[in-house]
Design a protein around this ligand. Structure first.
Ligand code: TUI
Length: 314
């Protein structure tokens, strides 16, 4: 069985995290992943701080296994969420889209294990030096907010630089990707896009249908000119967004206001004018299935592949 130090540290059976997908990662999905032996995560991007508090309380009722909360650091209510998770007794946090340095002291005083997403070796080293339990090295194959480096280059460089555990993320969708991440030195994997097709994922059925229909070239990165690059499915919305960005007569404020609320519209309403965030692996997601089957396909499948690696040797 694949075991790593992160399983012991967090009290989980399998070294797999579910991505803390904005508007999507709720108590339903997080508890299903935690009950399956992975680490379920609740997103802090939802209908406000109290809505997230509710999801945390629901999740506690749905599972007695460890789960965490992902804090999107660029959200306007990030400070409020940072305090609320302490009040709710959350034990594990992941953070994204920035540095959580300003919150570390208060989280550590509350006994919270903090696992920041990093997109570079420099930030990874800083996170280790201020007491992170582990880091998630997330390559730009991933959906949503992306850094510059891709997993194949980022993950081994972060692994080499740190002593604490490293979770590999970005572009991992099946057992092959999982096995590759473990070979690159990951102590665990994080998977987002494939969990969009989990039965327990409450995203609108149009979102799920778009993921199932996606191909290898279905995603695009927009938002670079605004300093906030985001990978999503190519749709009339994202194509218009890209056109606006390349038109010098369109002001950044206009582009920003065009994008506001687009993810919520996609997740909650299945609106064609929504933003359907997804990773490059969307084309590999072929069916709706229980979260438990996804967890086991990835982890038990990776184990079988790793056992069979001697086939490459003479
Ligand atoms: O955070 C994510 N992915 C996200 S957040 C999100 S919410 C959203 N909603 C509406 C519009 C746009 C976004 C959707 N997807 N992933 C974690 C992640 N963090 N990926 C990359 C990074 C990152 C990048 C640079 C982390 C730190 C960083 O460092 C910069 C610095 O401050 O040094």
């Amino acid at each position: 069985m694949i075991k790593s130090r992160i399983c012991e540290i967090l009290g989980i059976k399998y070294p797999i995290f579910q991505g803390g997908m904005a508007w999507i990662a709720d108590a339903s999905l997080a508890s299903a992943v935690s009950n399956a032996g992975g680490l379920g995560l609740i997103s802090s991007i939802n209908a406000g701080t109290e809505a997230v508090r509710n999801e945390i309380r629901k999740c506690k009722e749905l599972t007695d296994k460890p789960f965490g909360v992902n804090i999107m650091l660029q959200a306007p209510n990030a400070g409020e969420i940072a305090q609320m998770v302490i009040e709710e007794g959350v034990k594990i946090l992941t953070t994204g889209a920035g540095s959580p340095a300003q919150y570390m002291e208060s989280w550590q005083a509350a006994g919270i294990k903090v696992i920041p997403v990093v997109a570079s070796v420099a930030l990874a080293l800083k996170m280790q030096s201020i007491g992170a339990t582990a880091v998630i090295a997330e390559g730009a194959e991933s959906g949503g907010h992306v850094g510059e480096l891709h997993t194949m280059a980022l993950l081994p460089q972060v692994v080499d630089a740190l002593d604490i555990p490293v979770i590999g993320a970005g572009g991992i969708c099946d057992a092959r990707g999982a096995a590759a991440a473990f070979i690159l030195g990951a102590d665990a994997i994080q998977v987002g896009t494939r969990f969009l097709a989990a039965e327990e994922c409450t995203a609108h059925e149009n979102y799920k249908e778009k993921i199932l229909k996606a191909t290898d070239i279905s995603t695009i990165v927009t938002g670079k000119t605004l300093g906030h690059p985001v990978r999503s499915l190519k749709t009339p919305f994202s194509k218009t967004f890209a056109k606006m960005e390349s038109d010098p007569s369109v002001k950044p404020e206009e582009i920003l206001s065009f994008g506001t609320g687009a993810l919520r519209k996609a997740v909650k309403e299945g609106d064609v004018n929504g933003s359907y965030m997804a990773g490059e692996v969307a084309g590999m997601v072929k069916k709706i299935e229980p979260a438990k089957d996804i967890v086991e396909d990835l982890i038990l499948g990776a184990e079988n592949l790793l056992r069979g690696t001697d086939k490459f040797l003479a």
